[in-house]
Design a protein around this ligand. Structure first.
Ligand code: 9Z3
Length: 319
């Protein structure tokens, strides 16, 4: 059997980013999940979601983080499962999660009450549906998804964990070929401090102002597309704050990595406007005020666009 290609990024990953515990076990779990669902005729999407933590010390007191809430990933996971996909949800620890995301701002104790007055601690506790208006629908769907084993959640916190787990996921999904989709919505740091240059102990403020020099994070999309899962349908996200450079950057990413699509968005308008860019097409997806009133979310449109494109892709690849 041909030996898998080893890219220079593989070497860098092994040397400069600590390998998380149980990565081989998690990889086997992901491979079994993908194999099971593909055999049942389902497609499988790997969603990455949330921001990455970049430590400044190896016994970490301080780290760099970013704004991502994980809402894009969590709500997309729901729409993918509604469309018949099985989902591997590679998400940042404590970022938003499918179905519970709607209730993340609610204090659980405000949503509960005693059924027969609060006189004893043993009284039955029930949900106050005025505080959690959609709870029955969310609970029903959550239970269906659990019953069907459609969702495999995997957590990361640091950049190193994210990189190694994404590689493991890509290798695990390569066996199902074009039936796999990668939906890379996590906000991943571009900069890091390599293990060899990281101080072990807490950086001391008594040493004066802190100057940091950070390395560039390897472009993991390159080996993912070329080596780890070469037959998969791969979607990356491009985030900018300056709208005038967004589409150019999205096109450049497509040129550089040769994957299937980029979802381009601007930080402030990301809930209401994205552009899905492919080598041949460009689709603007917009949420109007009317849509907002009707609780329509932009992720529903993104997922609908991409599941159709994935269909065509599978047909073109011959299944
Ligand atoms: C995105 O652009 C996502 O849409 C958001 C979603 C992170 C903006 P939230 O989690 O936000 O719902 O709060 N993700 C990718 C961002 C990114 O870092 N992309 C890299 C880049 O733009 C390339 S992979 O250079």
């Amino acid at each position: 059997m041909a030996k898998p290609r080893m890219s220079s990024i593989d070497g860098k990953l092994a040397q400069e980013f600590a390998v998380p515990a149980h990565v081989e076990e998690i990889k086997e779990k992901m491979a079994a999940f993908a194999g099971h669902h593909a055999a049942a005729g389902r497609r499988v999407v790997l969603i990455t979601s949330g921001g990455t933590k970049v430590p400044l010390e190896s016994r970490t007191v301080r780290f760099l983080d970013n704004f991502s809430s994980g809402r894009r990933g969590a709500s997309s996971a729901e729409y993918f499962m509604d469309s018949g996909y099985a989902v591997i949800f590679l998400h940042r620890h404590r970022s938003l999660y499918p179905y519970t995301r709607m209730f993340s701002n609610i204090n659980m104790l405000d949503a509960l009450k005693f059924s027969g007055g609060a006189s004893s601690n043993s009284g039955e506790v029930v949900v106050n549906q005025q505080v959690l208006p959609d709870i029955a629908r969310a609970l029903r769907r959550y239970q269906e998804v659990k019953e069907g084993k459609l969702l495999l959640p995997i957590e990361f916190s640091t950049l190193s964990e994210y990189l190694h787990l994404l590689k493991a996921a890509a290798q695990a999904l390569s066996a199902i070929g074009s039936k796999a989709m990668f939906y890379l919505a996590a906000a991943v740091s571009d900069f890091y401090i390599p293990a060899s240059e990281m101080p072990e102990h807490k950086i001391q403020s008594s040493n004066g102002p802190l100057q940091l020099s950070m390395n560039m994070v390897p472009k993991i999309l390159s080996p993912l597309v070329k080596d780890w899962a070469p037959r998969a349908f791969v979607i990356s996200f491009k985030l900018e704050t300056d709208p005038t450079i967004l589409l150019d950057k999205a096109r450049r990413a497509l040129d550089a990595y040769r994957h299937q699509a980029v979802v381009a968005n601007v930080l402030d308008s990301r809930r209401g406007y994205v552009v899905v860019v492919t080598p041949e097409t460009q689709a603007e997806l917009i949420i109007s005020d009317e849509d907002v009133k009707n609780d329509v979310e932009i992720e529903e449109r993104i997922v609908s666009n991409l599941t159709s494109a994935h269909n065509k892709f599978i047909t073109q690849q011959g299944g």
